[in-house]
Design a protein around this ligand. Sequence first.
Ligand code: CTP
Ligand code: MG
Length: 177
Amino acid sequence: MSLELVVVKAIWVMLPAYFLNSVAVLVGGGRPIDGGRTWRGNRILGDGKTWRGGIGGFLAGMLLAIVLNEINGSLSAPLPVFPDQVIVSLPAGAMLGDTAGSFVKRRTGRIRGAPFPGVDQLSFVIGAFVLTWIVVPKWFSSTFTLPVFVTAIVLTLILHLGTNAVAYFLGLKNEPW
Ligand code: CTP
Ligand code: MG
């Protein structure tokens, strides 16, 4: 497989999860999932994990996977199709992974929004991968060949740094990372 095709494939399969993250930021707010509760002196998840952001992001991720399936039919070189189970497992896993990441951050004493390099960028990807691998192992292994898998991780790290830098220069974030 050419490098271009590996990169295009990796972006394609990750798009629902990237979109989900952006939509969660846009629609998030309101009641936190942990209801404000604490455990051992720290919030269970924190105010950055809300029902609205979680459910809105999940639905947005599903919707984008469905839209990509539609577009796929009209492409000259077909890209991976998202089967029904993956349309659910990819965004559900991403949301669960992101939430688990916040759980880990709170357990290590980091307040909401405090950086935890690695966890911040990859918890949603790992969640999406693990749940999809459990639900549809065959689709997972045939889609995420080693080059696509590695490219997806590297692209996520680059994209995260890039979008945060842009958000910082636009005054939407306090730190450029
Ligand atoms: N968000 C939300 N609900 C979710 C996920 C995200 O409302 N389930 C929104 C919140 O407004 C959150 C923003 O998206 O502040 C960015 O998400 P993220 O970086 O994951 O949260 P942080 O605020 O950085 O909190 P944490 O330290 O727990 O990661
Ligand atoms: Mg954050």
